[in-house]
Design a protein around this ligand. Structure first.
Ligand code: NAP
Ligand code: NAG
Length: 339
């Protein structure tokens, strides 16, 4: 079963009825019957979501039309995210839940315990997608000390077993360089369904996005609102105050976050904006109603600043994103504690 390569899986929001039916048929062939089928194109992010606010944010989002939650063990709020899922009036098979394997659980004998913890905290029986959070292994219990013994291939094989054990419907990767993606594709038996990485108007990486389309891996765009995450310090003006984007928003009679997200959707990426405010959560979902013209898309392409916001490579002493825009510069001083 190579989920990512299955050509009958179509994007539910845009699929004509017949491809939608086909995708339901192929999903019922999965071990877990799911009515969401493919990954929904908008999800709610939960990194840095306050433990006291995230349950309500998740409940509100699911009750307002979201059907996709992006979680991770390292966000230290999966139990609260799980409370939100439980409070919402939705059936498990109607929502998509993603979680991520943290770096200190990369050893093959730790992988199943890690997913079991996330599944239990989230209060579900299985995940829809489990991602290798970073292509970096830490020695368990020794902070960020790099585990030279454990390769991404060792970890990937252990993740394949999670699909065989019905603990997750699909598996994927996050924050991989292009070479790492190619290497995983060369060895996988169950191949990556999705790759979650930073991409937004200030770090467009269009070639990299196109490459994933060619090889049949979905792209989940994280930090889709660029430098809006308050822990980011890029030196760029906040995108919410960027005159180009304010102009685009006025033209579409929408807000800046809505047109930024609409661009992410229209280029075929899944977007996972994070918020703990009802108004923003609702506003962001309405990005689905905005259509950009080909000229709009061309003008936006020219706004790329090739600026990465999230790079913990320096503090870990690892050169990340080596073959991509704005790779880790190990000579610079460490930027921060970003995940
Ligand atoms: N795989 C990875 O390594 C990785 C790395 C980074 C992020 N992610 C995932 O991607 C998700 C999104 O990325 P992110 O959290 O970095 O950044 P983001 O979603 O691009 O931006 C989040 C920030 O924007 C604010 N915001 C959201 N909607 C808004 C609106 N309509 N108007 C004004 N402000 C708005 C939020 O405010 P409030 O929260 O105050 O409402 C929050 O401060 C994360 O939560 C996480 O799930 C994954
Ligand atoms: C996984 O689910 C399928 C379908 O329900 C079942 O046949 C199989 O035995 C399950 N495998 C495990 C390891 O539980």
């Amino acid at each position: 079963m190579i989920f990512a390569r299955n050509p009958t899986i179509a994007t539910p929001f845009v699929a004509p009825l017949f491809t939608l039916l086909l995708s339901v048929v192929s999903v019922t062939a999965e071990n877990h019957v799911s009515r969401v089928g493919d990954i929904p194109e908008i999800g709610l992010g939960t990194w840095l979501s306050d433990r006291k606010k995230v349950a309500h944010a998740v409940e509100y989002a699911l009750d307002s039309g979201y059907n996709h939650i992006d979680a991770a063990l390292i966000y230290r709020n999966e139990d609260q995210t799980g409370k939100g899922i439980a409070l919402a009036g939705v059936n498990r098979e109607d929502i998509w839940v993603t979680s991520k394997l943290w770096n200190e659980h990369h050893r093959p004998d730790q992988v199943e315990a890690a997913i079991t913890k996330s599944i239990s905290d989230l209060g579900v029986d299985y995940l829809d997608l489990y991602l290798m959070h970073w292509p970096v292994a830490f020695v368990p219990g020794e902070g960020t000390k790099i585990d030279e013994e454990t390769s991404i291939f060792d970890t990937w094989r252990a993740m394949e077993d999670l699909v065989r054990a019905n603990l997750t419907r699909t598996i994927g990767i996050s924050n991989f360089a292009k070479k790492d993606v190619e290497d995983i594709l060369d060895m996988c038996n169950i191949c990556p369904y999705a790759h979650e990485f930073e991409t937004h108007p200030y770090l467009q990486q269009q070639d990299f996005v196109d490459f994933h389309k060619e090889v049949g891996i979905k792209v989940i765009a994280y930090s889709p609102l660029a430098n809006t995450n308050p822990t980011y310090h890029s030196g760029l003006k906040p995108i919410l105050q960027d005159s180009f984007w304010k102009y685009m928003a006025d033209k579409k009679e929408a807000t800046v976050p809505q047109v930024v997200l609409a661009w992410g959707l229209q280029r075929g990426t899944v977007v996972i904006p994070k918020s703990v405010h009802e108004q923003y959560i609702k506003e962001n979902l309405e990005a689905l109603d905005i259509k950009l013209t080909e000229d709009d898309m061309k003008a936006i392409a020219e706004q790329d600043k090739k600026t990465r916001m999230n790079d913990p490579g320096k503090s870990w002493g690892v050169k990340l994103f080596a073959d991509l825009d704005d790779p880790t510069d190990l000579d610079e001083n460490a930027k921060g504690k970003e995940l």
